[in-house]
Design a protein around this ligand. Structure first.
Ligand code: PMP
Length: 969
């Protein structure tokens, strides 16, 4: 076959010569800038609004005409993307001689090549796959005369690579073995598979280099253009997908399979593939990767100076290695499962067949199952972070125990980071005393025997049993009968795994579960026990279940929420065992699942939980503790169940005490969900229709926001606004019952009001005869660092304080603390009672929370880590135009994202995109504020400076990735 793999290098034509050529044949001129290309010479011709691309290539007029025919065919279809249009010369030619080569001119397709986008989100990769699917579907009916075969055609990769190995010095290079390994599966493609592959014209290089995106104003990246038709060829349709897979996998070295999954999903959704195509895909991907690496090596050998080539070759070599590192059979099994096929038909029904074969148990002793799952009751208090956790559990479980097949293993979860760990167990690890005899479960042949390792071929085609942690008494080649002794357990635990390829690892990604469980079936029958872990509900199914019964007004974080199963300190773990750094949970103030809180609850629940009309001591102790934390005079405590209830009660108290109804509140505030409180909430996110529904007795004062507020950093303007709201209050100016506010505006994005605001505002309220409520529900409890309550920073003293959230570390506790005469006023009107408010369990939990904050120095930690974090975020701000300001105090911070730092235009969609990306990087943070553009940073107070650094680094990365394709203001 004449593939001419060793031919071609870029033709040479200077910019001046190219300009002259353009002038002569097309009658146009413009500034010419070179554009990188593998083997053509490209110039961008800048001509105002109508840029063009001059391509000089070693191709015949017929070959160029084929390219143009493909473009024209696609242009006639509704492809959803732009393709270049050829521009005729003055005498209506579509290509002209240019020295030894030929030149043609194309309309410039605007857009940003995806190769220039630093991070390709899964949705963008899927869009690229969709483009490949659409393009192949559109070209299916294009009939062109057969052309000369292209060396870039993945179908021909074996020939191309072999030709280059033979004709060049590649065979001596370090890459030769990789190239041979990579082309072997394509070389071995069964003829009946090859014969079943549909052929047609394809573009031949739908890659991140040739797919163009038009970045939206908010950072979205729709794919809008397809360029470079120099590789069009008639071949198997699936070759187009193979090219796109290699291109995107090389962009995702940490997870090439993730990228290929996304491309395939996009392609198959638009142009469904047949089973033979799915079978051929992985061999073609490897072939394509090998051919690219070999061809770029060959070109580099001839022209080492071209920087474009150097980078390209390095990328090709890395892509090849990355792909070759994927475990055998996994890609095809994943591709099959994604397209609705059984991932590995040869293993279908295997566990049942094994069970029916009545195997002898590998170990004679009974085996008990260990639970190392994410929700395991046997793992607590972060014990899974100890590398010896599994051994400790095994030691406690009895003489012989085993991990479960298919378990999502918490002990493998690791720490939050940009990639999910491989937590899915593909085999079973048996913990038995050293020297325990290991027997052949079925008649078998020893394939491999080495100290500590044994591989047996079972009487099932293609299936082997791998045993690690066994000292064998047999040699390779031996035939063993069922029940024969294979050896004895070694010092390491005995790992038992059914494999369909020797490269299969012990653990895999939960995402690939369907494929993995078919490739490495359950070996439980060989142990005479049921050791398969139950499959947890995945996030999609969980979401559907929630949608069926949970009222839809209760939203979820994230576009595709993860199912959260466990919390520990500042970490949350999802059902796939992935840990996240929780930077949003101010409720879990002392950290998730704190053992002292759990113990306080357990103990009191077992002892007594009743209501506050009975006399028990915990209520008095807890009330006293809260009162002791507040300034003198604030010593009457009501205990309730939530922040809303606390604020509602606070409003009732000031109304009863003053005999007035009107309330003054800050613009944009949120204080709770009861109808009494919600009336005073004007947070656009929580109460979008506030402007239409706000009752006349609620009066709004200007938001004291030094960054965007009406009066800037001038406290006086905002104080006057409070005074004016008071003046409007009450019929005939009788005045308000009072004023409710947060001392630091948590819900509005951690805005710290200008100094002097709160004392000034309180003074105006009091002059008008009103009372002042401090809502400390979010910002209190030591979070702001220097003081326990946020209002203490300001020097102002409220009449009523509302407490909740952190008070119970997640247990529903709310409290209202006020002066005695106010409490008495309420008592004259009502017998206050909240059935579970202030119950013994709540009080013991509340006390434990306060103890832990004190004993673990969490307020001091909030100050130290908060200041460190604030400084890091300010450094991030200096590097990123998207960050307009860092608000807040201690560990309640707000990162204000803006489109334009001068106009401070809120970057709302960008904040959403950053939150989504941060979650991919293993960090939980969400937007808040009037415009949903401020990232609220309010983690459990046990976060460390390392966590703070991880957060700042992740934010820096996410911002950098997004900013590249955001328009400049
Ligand atoms: N006040 C403030 C400042 C809040 O942030 C919230 C809750 N976000 C509440 C009151 C209401 O608290 P809860 O959700 O416990 O009812």
């Amino acid at each position: 076959m004449g593939v001419r793999a060793t031919q071609n290098s870029a033709p040479i034509l200077s910019a001046a010569e190219a300009g002259e050529l353009l002038e002569r044949h097309w009658g146009i001129s413009g500034e010419l800038t070179p554009v990188g290309s593998f083997e053509d010479l490209n110039y961008r011709v800048r001509r105002g609004d109508h840029d063009a691309l001059l391509k000089v290539c070693e191709r015949s007029a017929e070959e160029i005409a084929r390219e143009h025919a493909v473009m024209a065919h696609l242009a006639g279809r509704e492809l959803e993307v732009g393709v270049p249009a050829p521009l005729p010369t003055r005498d209506l030619q579509y290509s002209v001689p240019a020295g030894a080569a030929r030149a043609h001119l194309l309309m410039w397709v605007p857009g940003l090549p995806l190769s220039e986008v630093p991070y390709l989100a899964s949705s963008t990769v899927t869009a690229l796959g969709r483009l490949a699917g659409l393009t192949t579907a559109a070209l299916a009916d294009l009939a062109l005369e057969p052309d000369e075969e292209s060396k870039w055609d993945p179908r021909l990769a074996v020939t191309v690579v072999r030709e280059l190995l033979d004709a060049t010095d590649l065979a001596q290079g370090a890459m030769a073995a990789d190239l041979e390994t990579a082309i072997a599966p394509l070389d071995a493609l069964p003829p009946q598979v090859a014969a079943a592959l549909p052929s047609q014209m394809i573009h031949g290089d739908i890659s991140d280099y040739n797919a163009l995106a038009s970045p939206g104003a908010r950072g979205e990246l729709p794919v809008t253009g397809l360029i470079d038709f120099g590789d069009v060829t008639h071949t198997w349709r699936v070759c187009e997908l193979a090219c796109a897979c290699v291109a995107t996998a090389s962009r995702a070295p940490a997870d090439p399979l993730g990228a290929m999954r996304a491309v395939l999903a996009g392609f198959h959704g638009r142009n469904p593939l047949g089973e033979a195509e799915i079978e051929a895909l992985w061999p073609l991907i490897l072939g394509r990767a090998a051919a690219c690496a070999a061809l770029s090596a060959h070109h580099l050998g001839r022209d080492e100076t071209a920087p474009y080539m150097v980078g390209m070759h390095q990328g090709d070599v890395e892509a090849l290695r990355t792909l070759l590192a994927l475990p055998g059979r996994l890609p095809t099994a994943v591709f099959r499962s994604l397209t609705g096929l059984h991932p590995a038909p040869d293993t279908l029904g295997l566990p049942a067949r094994l069970r029916a074969a009545a195997p002898v148990a590998l170990i004679a002793e009974p085996v008990s199952a260990l639970d190392l799952g994410v929700a395991s009751d046997d793992l607590e208090d972060g014990g899974w972070l100890d590398p010896g956790a599994e051994a400790m559990l095994a030691a406690a479980a009895g003489p012989v125990s085993a991990t479960r097949w298919g378990e999502v293993t918490l002990t493998q979860a690791g720490h939050p980071g940009p990639h999910a760990a491989e937590t899915l167990r593909l085999g079973i690890t048996v913990h038995a005393p050293r020297g325990t005899p290991v027997r052949a479960p079925l008649s078998a042949r020893v394939v491999q025997a080495a100290p500590g390792a044994l591989r047996l071929r079972l009487p099932e085609p293609g299936i082997e049993l791998r045993l690690d942690g066994v000292d064998p008494v047999l040699e390779a080649g031996a035939e063993v009968a069922a029940g024969a002794t294979l050896g004895a357990t070694a010092s390491a635990p005995l790992h038992v795994q059914l494999i369909t390829d020797p490269t299969q690892p012990r653990t895999g990604r939960v995402r690939d579960r369907t494929a993995w469980q078919a490739l490495c079936p359950d070996p439980s029958p060989l142990l005479g026990a049921e050791l398969a872990a139950p499959v947890s509900v995945d996030a999609d199914a969980g979401r559907a279940r929630r949608a069926a019964a949970v009222a839809s007004a209760q939203g979820l974080y994230y576009d595709a929420p993860m199912a959260i199963v466990r919390g520990w300190r500042q970490y949350l773990y999802d059902a796939a065992g992935r840990p996240y750094l929780d930077m949003i949970n101010n409720v879990a103030v002392v950290g998730h699942s704190h053992p002292r809180i759990t113990e306080a609850a357990r103990r009191q629940f077992r002892l007594l939980n009743t209501n506050s009309r009975f006399l028990y001591d915990a209520m008095a102790r807890y009330a006293q503790r809260l009162a002791d934390l507040l300034p003198d005079g604030l010593d009457q405590v009501f205990l309730v169940n939530s922040g809303s209830e606390a604020c509602d009660l606070a409003l009732q108290i000031i109304r009863v005490a003053t005999g007035r109804q009107d309330i003054v509140a800050l613009q944009g505030a949120y204080h709770g969900w009861t109808s009494g409180v919600f009336e005073a909430c004007t947070s656009p996110a929580d109460n979008p229709f506030w402007a239409e529904t706000k009752p006349d007795f609620v009066h709004l004062a200007s938001q004291p926001d030094p960054y965007r507020g009406l009066y800037g950093a001038d406290a006086g303007g905002y104080i006057d606004s409070v005074g004016e709201a008071c003046a409007r209050a009450g019929s005939g100016g009788a005045g308000p019952a009072g004023f409710i506010s947060e001392a630091m505006l948590g819900n509005q994005g951690a805005l710290v009001p200008p100094a002097g605001f709160l004392p000034g505002a309180y003074a105006r309220v009091r002059e008008a005869g009103g009372l002042c409520i401090a809502d400390e529900i979010q910002v209190g409890y030591g979070r702001t660092g220097e003081t326990f309550w946020a209002f203490e920073h300001s020097g102002a003293q409220p009449d009523v304080v509302c407490i909740a959230k952190a008070a119970g570390n997640g247990h529903p506790i709310g409290a209202v603390v006020c002066r005695p005469e106010l409490a008495q006023a309420l008592g004259r009107r009502a017998a206050f009672f909240s059935s579970t408010g202030g119950g013994p369990v709540s009080c013991e939990i509340g006390l434990a929370v306060l103890d832990v904050i004190a004993d673990e120095g969490l307020q001091a930690n909030a100050l130290a880590v908060g200041e460190h974090l604030r400084a890091s975020l300010q450094a991030v701000m200096a590097d990123h135009r998207l960050v307009g300001a860092v608000h807040g105090r201690g560990l309640y911070l707000g990162v204000d994202l803006v489109r334009d730092p001068v106009a401070k235009t809120p970057a709302t969609q960008e904040a959403h995109a950053i939150s989504e990306r941060m979650r991919e990087l293993g960090v939980i943070v969400q937007p808040t504020g009037d415009h949903g553009n401020v990232l609220k940073v309010k983690p459990p107070l046990c976060v460390t400076t390392d966590d703070a650094d991880h957060f700042a680094e992740s934010l820096d990365r996410a911002l950098g990735e997004l900013e590249v394709h955001l328009p400049h203001p």
